[in-house]
Each structure stands twice: as C-alpha cells, then as structure tokens.
Design a protein around this ligand. Structure first.
Ligand code: S3P
Length: 162
C-alpha cells in the first residue's frame, strides 16, 4: 500500500489484513522498533537520507515473501527506485486522497511527521498540494489506484478475498 501521509494506509491495511487473514506490516513501525526511536527523532538526529536507507532496507527485507499486506511510508515509493521494486514483487495499491482531506487528517497529527511538523497550519495545505504533485509520478505507477475517500466502511479489494 502506498500513498501520501494521512491517506489511511495503516487504517485500511489493518482492516484488510483482518478480512483476508493475512499478516500486516507497517514499514514505519518496523524502522521505529529496530532503531528504538521515532521517525521524527531519526530525521532530526541522522537526517532524511539515513531514514530513506532504513526505509528501503525494511521494504526490501520482504524480498520474495508472499501473502501479506504492507503499509509503506508516504515517501517509500519515491526513493531508491522502490516503486519499480514493489511492482516486481506484488500488487501495489495507491490510496489516493485529496489535499483538503489529507490536511484535515494531518493537521492534528503533525508532530509525528518530521516533514510537516515545523509547518504552520496555514502552510500545510500548500505543502501537501505541492508534494503530491511531485510524488504522483511515483504513486501513479501503482497497479491499482483507489480513491480512498469514496470507500464504503467495509470495503475490501476483491483481490484480497480470493
Ligand atoms: C513520510 C511519511 C511517513 C514517514 C516519514 C516520512 C513521507 O509515513 O515514513 O515521516 O516522506 O511522506 P506515513 O505516510 O505513514 O505518515
């Protein structure tokens, strides 16, 4: 699962894992557990490039594994050719949302997210809009694109039910 911060990757990933009886993994959680510190602390102490390497290593530790649902971080597909790698391994799903909806979800959760925590609320919507434009090139390479704001509460992609 790929998509911008606040698009619901963890929320939907957990739900769909439960419905399909598959294990669920969250790349950010794996990094934070392995490092014993938050993503915000990693960014602050060692910088974004270091975080991106950890992210790529965690993602690629799933090489060749099957039948699981993985929520990536918002930037995961946009670095180190990760989207190409993911498409070679399995089914990528882009959870697409709109800047105003993402804004509403992120505005109360900025602290956890190093890329936006320093932004004033009035700067956040602009940042989201611009960053999505930049990242859509990668997100749009997903095999499946779902408009997540239109999903019924109990929606499960067909491919997870077979
Ligand atoms: C990031 C998104 C975050 C986390 C890190 C960087 C990004 O994940 O990986 O803060 O570059 O968009 P979520 O999408 O789970 O918030």
């Amino acid at each position: 699962m790929i998509g911008f911060m606040g698009s619901g990757k963890t929320f939907w990933g957990k739900k769909w894992a439960q419905s399909s009886g598959s294990p669920f993994f969250d790349i950010d959680e794996m990094i934070e557990r392995d490092e014993g510190r938050s993503a915000a602390a990693i960014f602050a102490e060692d910088g974004e490039a270091y975080f991106r390497d950890l992210e790529t290593d965690s993602l690629r530790s799933f090489n060749g594994k099957n039948h699981m649902i993985i929520a990536t971080g918002g930037g995961t597909p946009c670095f180190n050719d990760n989207i190409t790698w993911m498409n070679g391994q399995g089914i990528t799903i882009y959870l697409r949302s709109t800047p105003p909806k993402i804004f509403n979800r992120l505005v109360t959760e900025k602290e956890k997210r190093p890329l936006v925590k320093h932004l004033k609320d009035e700067e956040l919507l602009f940042y989201i809009t611009e960053k999505i434009k930049e990242r859509d090139f990668f997100y749009n390479q997903a095999k499946i694109i779902l408009d997540v704001d239109d999903l019924e509460e109990n929606y499960v992609p067909d491919l997870l039910l077979v």
